[in-house]
Design a protein around this ligand. Sequence first.
Ligand code: CA2
Length: 151
Amino acid sequence: MNNILVIHGPNLNLLGTREPEVYGAQTLSDINTRLQIVAGEIGVRITAFQSNHEGEIVEAIHKARFQSDASYDAIIINPAAFTHTSVAIRDALAGVGLPFVEVHLSNVHKREAFRHHSYFSDLAVGVVCGLGAYGYEAALRFLTQKSSKLG
Ligand code: CA2
C-alpha cells in the first residue's frame, strides 16, 4: 500500500474562500500540502486530483487502475456533491475494484436530509465525516498502517 490517489470532487477548489464554519478555513492546497507531508513521513506516495466534472473523475478512477504508469493501491475520495447523485462514479469505483475510503469534511448526517444518502458508502472500506481536513489524514494513515489488513 504505497501509492495512493486522492480525489477531490466539485467545488472543493473553493475551500477556504467561503463557509469556513462548515468546511474549515484550510484551502485545498493546504490540505494537499499536509497530506504530502504525512505521506513523506510514512514513506508512501500520494497524488492529488480535483475536478468539477463527473466524467473527469470517472476517467481518473479508470486510469488509476488500468492506464497509470504507477499503479495505485488505493483511493481516498471526497466525491462532494456527487456523493449524493453519481451512479457513474460509484460504478467506476466498483469497476476498478481498488479499495477506497470516502471522506467528508462536514458531518453530512447533521445536515440536510439529501446529504444523508451516499452512493459510495456501501462499497467503501470506510467512511470519515465531520473531522474536517484531518479526515483525509486519518484515511491516509489507516490505509497505510502496517497492521491494517489493507496495508
Ligand atoms: O463535507 C463534505 O466534504 C462534502 O462532501 C462537501 C460537499 C457537499 O456537497 C457534501 O454534501 C459534503 C460540498 C463541497 C463544496 O465546498 C465548498 C467549499 C467552500 C465554498 C463553497 C463550497
